[in-house]
Design a binder for this molecule. Structure first.
Ligand code: AMP
Ligand code: MG
Length: 649
């Protein structure tokens, strides 16, 4: 594919950062051309450690399997000619030889004409015998003889030497992935060790001053290192041998030392973060000094993942993944996994694909191949793919998605109703038993916990109240949790229901003013007094809510014409309001009591918000819906909701 120039004129920062943006295909082709062909490195591995590895050479069978002619049944080794005329009315009597051939016992005596030898399943056929008669088809005739009333064909119930695997046969071909079946074949031939492609040793480094390893305490403005662990796991999942070397601060000298050391001891280096030319982003500058040919692509027309940097330094791939976890994971799977698997001798990933309809229009940036994470639900006529994007900074958009779809670089949107191909992130479609689409609330988990225990798979997709209602109208979900306030009737939710939807009362969430404990402008005051105090203090900053939120209506009513500092800061969730106040970016805002209490903030109650469910009536009798309604009414859920600060309706 030829490179398409981005239609949008890049701004100057972009120009500085990414002088040449390659198309995804071009970047991958150049990266692979700089790395392959290369001879796979072979190493011997014990069978027990070879699972999942690719064989580096053909394996030839060193012995026959079975190694000798053996009996398939418990019975008697005979000469078939002795039984040629045996029949119901013509029993043949055979004298028993004085031995019993158990498994692992080499026969000592020949089977002469007119005799038989007792033999167990797996026992070696004695000299002279050419067939086995099952014990069920014989009758004891005396202590030392049996009687047989049917003929036996030569070879009956005998497995001949080499009939399973013949000595010299190519048992397994180079490139075969060693699974339990292959291990079984190798063990049957007595092979204890096989040549496999050595797993590429991949060093992983996270970069950023802000990173703290999981388990450590989070200092202000710091975040946990997510990429380190997911990249390490994804490398191991794809045939690599990952070594995580921790997070290195954005210090050029320290990073260069770490990168050189990491690269010296490994076949590949994967970094994340620091690929843009933001303050402190230095890793790409270091790569340019690490070896030839150096950077292959820096900037790929991919969304998410534009800042991806691909390099080859003296034959070793060096990659800088974008810092945002979803971008990092996406580019890793799309651009790095193919190369890693090839180095590990593994075939390309065989991703399962399904066709699904998209219920909403997906806007896309022209000039970049865009990948959109989706959750799958079952609609009336086939699968429906809901975009689950929370932005590339979100980790859950990757982890909770079922798959992704691709919007072509030349398209600026995918219209609602498009039938799209979804590449699954899991081996199979997991069709949920219950689909809840709408506004998210932590209380929801307290109800669905019971369903999960009953083995029901619940999928909750957070798209806000209005998005949930639209999905319910289209019959794409079972329930839509909503908290919509109707200004005119001053009631919640009911005015928004349409035909085919029923209201199921959920719980009440007390909304009120949130502030830091000890702030005398708010402590001990009524809501009106508190707002007056806030407005009277010009240094007091508020945090608002997004247009359309019921909470926003309450805030606007309290403020009247006033537009205090912070009014235009409009986050979309109750949690974001609490975080802004807790972290001193704002002094007050409006949120719900459970969220305020979870952040250890002060709270002045104002009015209850109704969090209810619009139930798609046609789906009421589905077992999972019934289970949900039962759970909602259960004492257990009501108590759990109350403990968390909600008031069950
Ligand atoms: P950068 O590319 O370094 O500018 O990072 C872009 C964004 O990704 C910033 O918000 C970083 O804090 C975030 N980020 C970078 N590395 C990591 C990581 N290892 N885990 C989680 N977030 C990260
Ligand atoms: Mg950084």
């Amino acid at each position: 594919m030829t490179q398409k120039p981005a239609s949008k004129k890049p701004d100057t920062v972009d120009q500085d950062q990414f002088l040449t943006i390659l198309s995804r295909e071009e970047a991958l082709a150049r990266f692979e051309a700089a790395l392959f062909p290369r001879a796979p490195v072979s190493e011997p591995r014990k069978l027990a450690d070879a699972l999942g590895c690719a064989l580096a050479d053909d394996v030839v069978a060193p012995i026959d399997v079975p190694p000798f002619d053996r009996s398939n049944v418990d019975g008697f080794a005979v000469r078939s000619a002795d039984l040629a005329f045996a029949g119901e009315t013509a029993p043949v009597r055979l004298r028993l030889n004085d031995e019993v051939i158990a498994c692992g016992v080499a026969p000592m005596r020949p089977v002469l004409s007119g005799t038989a030898t007792n033999i167990a399943t797996g026992g070696p056929l004695p000299r002279g015998a050419d067939a086995i008669v099952m014990v069920e088809h014989t009758r004891p005739a005396s202590v030392r003889a049996i009687e047989i009333r049917r003929a036996a064909s030569p070879g009956q119930f005998v497995s001949y030497a080499g009939s399973d695997i013949a000595r010299g046969e190519a048992l397994l071909r180079a490139g075969t992935i060693v699974g339990s079946r292959e291990i079984g074949m190798l063990a049957a031939c007595g092979i204890a060790e096989v040549p496999v492609v050595r797993k590429p040793r991949v060093a992983v480094i996270s970069t950023g001053d802000e990173l703290v390893q999981p388990g450590g305490a989070l200092r202000p403005a710091a975040i946990y290192d997510t990429n380190g662990t997911i990249v390490t796991a994804a490398i191991n999942e794809n045939g690599g041998d990952a070594h995580f070397l921790g997070a290195i601060a954005d210090d050029e000298a320290a990073l260069e030392t770490a990168m050189r050391k990491a690269l010296a001891g490994s076949d590949m280096l994967v970094l994340s973060g620091g690929t843009s030319k933001g303050a402190g982003d230095v890793s790409h500058r270091i790569i340019a000094r690490l070896g030839e040919p150096g950077i292959i692509a820096h900037g790929v027309a991919l969304k998410p993942g534009k800042p991806l940097c691909l390099a080859v330094c003296d034959g070793k791939p060096v990659v800088i993944l974008p810092g945002f976890p979803t971008s990092a994971m996406f580019t890793f799977h799309d651009m790095i996994v193919p190369v890693l698997r090839r180095m590990a001798g593994l075939p390309p990933r065989a991703d399962a694909k399904v066709s699904a309809k998209i219920p909403v229009r997906i806007a896309s940036e022209l000039g970049r191949t865009e990948f959109v994470m989706v959750s799958l639900v079952e609609g009336a006529d086939g699968l429906i793919a809901y975009p689950t994007g929370k932005g590339s900074g979100a980790i859950t958009s990757f982890a909770q998605a079922d798959g992704f779809l691709k919007v072509d670089a030349l398209a600026d949107q995918m219209p609602a109703g498009t039938q799209a191909e979804v590449t699954l992130l899991t081996p199979h479609v997991r069709v949920p038993d219950l689909v809840i689409v709408g506004s998210h609330c932590t209380g929801l988990d307290l109800v669905t916990a019971q369903l999960a225990r009953e083995g029901l798979f619940v999928r909750a997709i957070a798209v806000g109240s209005l998005g949930g209602l639209a999905a319910a109208r289209r019959g794409e979900c079972d329930l839509a949790p909503i908290h919509l306030f109707d200004d005119k009737s001053e009631t919640y939710n009911t005015p928004f229901l349409v035909d085919g939807l029923e209201l199921v009362p959920g719980w009440r969430r007390m909304q009120g003013i949130v502030f830091r404990k000890g702030d005398t402008r708010f402590e001990g005051k009524s809501v009106q007094e508190a707002v007056q105090a806030a407005l009277a203090d010009s240094s007091c900053i508020m945090v608002n809510r997004n247009q359309g939120a019921g909470t926003r209506i309450l805030v606007d009513r309290l403020l009247g014409e006033a537009r205090p500092d912070g009014y235009w800061n409009q986050p979309r969730s109750h949690n974001a309001v609490a975080a802004a106040v807790a972290q001193h970016r704002a002094d007050w805002g409006m949120t719900i009591a459970p969220v305020a209490h979870a952040s250890n903030l002060g709270f002045i109650p104002l009015a209850e918000e109704h969090y209810d469910f619009a139930l798609v009536a046609a789906r009421r009798d589905r077992p999972a819906v019934r289970a949900f309604l039962q759970a909602l009414e259960s004492e257990e859920a009501r108590a759990a909701l109350a403990r968390a600060g909600f008031r069950p309706a």
